[in-house]
Write a protein that binds this ligand. Structure first.
Ligand SMILES: Cc1cc2nc3c(=O)[nH]c(=O)nc-3n(C[C@H](O)[C@H](O)[C@H](O)COP(=O)(O)OP(=O)(O)OC[C@H]3O[C@@H](n4cnc5c(N)ncnc54)[C@H](O)[C@@H]3O)c2cc1C
Length: 486
């Protein structure tokens, strides 16, 4: 009788999960890739969707399509809501009507990424959406465009000022990109189309609690970013901590609050009246991490060892944004190269172990940092790669080239390149649609953690005829369906 192939379950088809799956293409294993959405999302270009530069389909690709040629892999659409580390099983909640699934694994790769984090103030999310998903981007686009539309109709100067004030919270790369993009949209794109409300009256304020923006970049590059933002009309406030966000704007604590000309008049010096507030200040690990009974850090990230595995569970890896990996005393940043390199690294381990008897020693993961960049707008960016610093147009060209290069799908690359070229020449944005997205806050959403309850496995296989998981612990409907291995 031929030996049953061992099974790898990968949860998440983002940067880390997809890279792990691809790197196992020729390995002698069966792979199951589970994601709650059916597409891989290129998050670095999400802000372009939020600012009406690109459509969602141009930065997302169906996972099945990407992996169609990979014969040793099956894709399942569903949300993983539980992991039984002792029994080596996962529980998948089916978003359709087909009941839940329970799948067993020999190796598990968790790559579920991160979500918006509000430092314990999840009540702020409805007033200040962050940018993590397609739904977030469409909601931000809707809010920004609706603010301009309302300003066009309103006579009350104070109310119009509020509608044309945009606050972006968080001076990291996402906040910098968003604030530059709103300012650019208002000044150059919408300015041509509105009659009574002049989008050039728009005020964009970028608020950062720390002493400077872009703390992960060298100081001179961050200073250049401030200058480039100022050219677009963005006011950068540092040392300013947001203490409240509501439908009227934000309330600040900190010395910078007094110094913003033209803001805060009316109901107290610390308030910035703004109809649109956007969040780019924090993230935390995806909700599934809360269902794992393993040590986590303050951002909810699972603490992994030098081989990216969970402590005491060498067959379970956590990679990318959901994991806290420390190298030489530094925690690796939540960026796509970390997730991709970790994906390839764990695939190498799995392939090696699948081909060996027993478990050969593992060499630790080591991150190769290729550099960082942040774009500020058309022809404006900063980049820092292995000691080389770039600013302005050159940095922007480098940013453009790298993002096109890593974007998945030949058609997407062409369409994005064409769209950018068109808006560069014409100052027009094709995706300026106000659509109803059915957006709902997700930061506070936790999973109804499920216990993958099944009878004991026989010789490493799942026995068909699953027990129902306790109803209270399950997010979905019917009894779980088990998938016995061949
Ligand atoms: C606006 C923005 C801009 C960024 N810009 C850059 C940049 O310029 N450069 C850069 O390097 N990085 C950038 N990043 C960060 C980068 O996108 C992340 O570091 C990277 O996506 C992390 O990869 P990952 O595989 O860990 O998670 P993700 O790519 O987020 O993938 C996680 C996947 O898991 C799925 N999932 C989550 N929970 C479950 C569950 N319970 N069950 C099933 N599936 C689940 C999700 O649907 C998703 O497909 C940016 C991020 C954002 C949000």
């Amino acid at each position: 009788m031929s030996k049953a192939k061992r099974r790898v379950v990968i949860v998440g088809g983002g940067f880390g999960g997809l890279e792990a799956a691809k790197a196992l293409a020729s390995a002698d294993v069966d792979i199951l890739l589970v994601d709650r959405v059916n597409y891989h999302l290129f998050q670095p270009l999400l802000y372009q969707v939020a600012m009406a530069g690109l459509a969602p389909s141009e930065i997302a690709s169906p996972i099945r399509g990407i992996l169609a040629e990979q014969k040793n892999l099956r894709v399942v659409l569903g949300e993983v809501t539980g992991v039984d580390l002792a029994a080596k099983r996962i529980h998948i909640t089916d978003p359709g009507t087909h009941g839940d699934l329970v799948e067993d694994y020999d190796w598990l790769v968790l790559a579920v990424g991160a979500r918006n984090g509000y430092f314990g103030h999840d009540q702020w999310e409805p007033y200040a959406p962050g940018l993590k998903t397609v739904e977030d981007a469409l909601e931000i686009r809707r809010r920004v465009l609706v603010a301009f539309e309302r300003a066009e109709k309103i006579d009350d100067a104070r109310e119009r000022k509020k509608l044309l004030t945009f606050v972006v919270i968080g001076g990291g790369p996402t906040g910098v990109e968003m604030s530059g993009a709103v300012a650019e949209l208002a000044r150059y794109v919408l300015a041509q189309d509105f009659r009574s409300a002049d989008p050039r009256e728009t005020k964009v304020v970028l608020i950062e609690a720390g002493p400077r923006i872009l703390p992960s970049f060298p100081e001179d590059l961050a200073a250049s970013a401030v200058e480039q933002l100022a050219e677009l009309g963005v006011e950068v406030m540092t040392q300013s901590r947001v203490v409240s966000i509501d439908g009227d704007g934000v309330v600040l604590e900190g010395e910078g609050a007094d110094d913003v000309p033209g803001l805060g008049s009316g109901s107290g010096r610390d308030r910035i009246h703004a109809a649109t507030v956007l969040w780019g200040a924090g993230v935390r690990a995806s909700a599934l991490t809360e269902c794992l009974d393993v040590p986590r850090d303050r951002q909810g990230r699972v603490i992994v060892g030098p081989d990216c595995a969970l402590p005491d569970h060498p067959d379970v890896f956590a990679i990318g944004d959901m994991a806290r990996f420390e190298e030489k005393g530094q925690v690796l940043p939540g960026v796509s190269p970390v997730a991709m390199q970790q994906g390839r690294y764990v695939a190498r381990i799995i392939r090696w172990e699948a081909e060996s008897d027993g478990r050969p020693p593992r060499s630790p993961f080591s991150y190769f940092d290729k550099g960082s960049m942040a774009t500020i707008g058309r022809s404006r960016a900063i980049a820092w790669a292995r000691g080389i610093k770039m600013t302005g147009f050159i940095a922007w060209l480098a940013w453009l080239f790298i993002h096109i290069f890593y974007l998945i799908g030949f058609k997407n690359r062409l369409v994005v390149l064409f769209n950018w070229f068109w808006s560069y020449l014409s100052y027009k944005r094709g995706a300026r649609l106000i659509t109803s997205t059915g957006w709902e806050p997700t930061a506070a959403k936790s999973l109804a953690c499920a216990v993958p309850a099944l009878p004991p496995k026989t010789e490493g296989r799942t026995v068909p005829g699953a027990e129902r998981a306790p109803e209270s612990a399950r997010a979905g409907g019917g009894a779980p369906i088990s998938h016995p291995r061949p």
